[in-house]
Design a binder for this molecule. Structure first.
Ligand SMILES: Cc1ncc(COP(=O)(O)O)c(C=O)c1O
Length: 401
């Protein structure tokens, strides 16, 4: 820990734990302490740690071919894209290495699409709408779409042309989309970093119809809420509203870095050779790992189990925690659950960790975020709920928010 402070750029406020191994939903530190993992590496390790099918896919591919340039064809990339297309609204896929890069690609695709679709217009729609409490990434385009001011302002100028509207504000969204200036609307069907806020069906439906009327694109960022976390393969399936573009990342390769942009054919038609690319993206190793993940998660029985466990856990949390005076709201869908507090969640997070439970915060630091591996058992969820209950008294010492 001391060495970290001398050789790494200080971008992370780290928890004082050095993790060294993991199995299933358990993590172990270098001193051999065991933790129940309700973080999944921030919604990444959907299959937990060391899933045997994932390990096999990685080992076999590493022994065969790890990386080739996108100058060449490779089979795992095409196989993964075929699967993503088969199980989604999309016709084509672009691979990246992270969520922010997936959103960066979506920004470029939206602008190129608008130029391509409006060839005679000297000022085609080039602007974007994003929402309060949104998080889309850290690069100059994606951070421009991210609502938290302190992530953007030290680095300005970021990409211009982004208007932030209140998440859920149908009227304001409709009016701005109708202006004809909007290339695309970026929205998380369930906001993760922002504090586990779910969109309403009416909000997403109204974005869909306003975008259709104005020729704007609707982009769903499912980097955190997608790929089974809600109990639906795609969070937007819960709403029955479909995007033009969807961005994915976190859990797709089970812990290896990957991102993906899923698009419809009319958007793909606007993108030509050389418009975008990546050295590492879509390489055989990550894609073979992602095939193992997607094959498991997309099974209806797996998704049904996530829904069932999510409901079980939420009901148990309501029962055990709902009555505490510091708990303002319990929300979420499937295994993405937020507990909003009237105090900072940090002392609670520390107390849980000292009791062997790893959890995250979100929002303004007053939301406890629970995003366990999707393979977690009901028994492990019950154990997590017990520890959460046991640690509640520290909230009485907290600073109100
Ligand atoms: C919804 C959403 N979009 C984008 C990102 C950025 O992903 P990455 O950290 O892989 O760049 C995140 C990361 O938390 C996210 O939650």
């Amino acid at each position: 820990m001391e060495a970290e402070g001398t050789v790494l750029v200080g971008t992370y406020a780290r928890t004082p734990v050095v993790l060294s191994s993991g199995k299933g939903c358990k993590l172990f530190d270098v001193e051999g302490r065991e933790y129940l993992d309700m973080t999944s590496g921030i919604a990444v390790n959907a299959l937990g740690h060391g899933d045997p099918d994932w390990v096999k896919a990685v080992m076999e591919q590493a022994n065969t071919l790890t990386h080739v340039s996108n100058v060449f064809y490779s089979i795992p990339q095409v196989e993964l894209a075929k699967r993503l297309v088969a199980c989604s609204f999309a016709d084509r896929v672009f691979f990246s290495n992270s969520g922010t890069e997936a959103n960066e690609a979506a920004i470029k695709f939206a602008r190129k699409f608008q130029r391509f679709s409006n060839p005679d217009n000297k000022r085609p729609p080039m602007e974007f709408i994003s929402f309060t409490n949104s998080f889309h990434g850290r690069t100059m385009g994606a951070v421009a779409l991210t609502s938290k001011e302190q992530y953007r302002s030290p680095f300005e100028p970021v990409m211009p042309g982004v208007t932030f509207l209140e998440y859920g504000n149908i009227q304001a969204s409709r009016e701005l989309i109708q202006s004809g200036k909007i290339a695309a609307v970026f929205v998380e069907p369930i906001q993760g970093e922002g504090g586990i806020h779910s969109a309403t069906k009416e909000f997403l439906q109204s974005l869909r119809s306003a975008c259709d009327d104005a020729g704007s694109l609707l982009v769903f960022d499912e980097v955190q809420c997608g790929l089974g976390r809600t109990g639906y393969l795609w969070a937007h399936e819960a709403y029955g509203v479909f995007p033009d573009i969807m961005t994915l990342a976190k859990p797709l390769a089970g812990g290896l870095p990957i991102g993906a942009v899923l698009v419809t054919e009319r958007i793909a038609a606007a993108i030509k050779f050389g418009d975008h690319g990546s050295t590492f993206a879509g390489a055989p190793l990550v894609c073979n790992a992602a095939i193992a993940v997607l094959d498991k998660i997309s099974k209806p029985s797996f998704l049904a189990a996530v829904s069932k466990k999510g409901q079980y856990f939420k009901e148990m949390l309501m029962q055990k925690l709902g009555g505490n005076s510091h708990v303002r709201e319990l929300r979420g869908l499937g295994l993405i659950i937020g507990i909003e507090l009237d105090v900072s969640a940090s002392p609670f997070v520390d107390a849980c960790r000292n009791s062997g439970l790893l959890i995250l915060t979100a929002g303004k630091g007053n939301v406890v975020r629970l995003v366990p591996p999707l393979i977690i058992s009901e028994q492990e969820l019950a154990c997590a709920a017990e520890i959460l209950l046991k640690c509640l008294p520290v909230l009485d010492e907290g600073n109100s928010i």
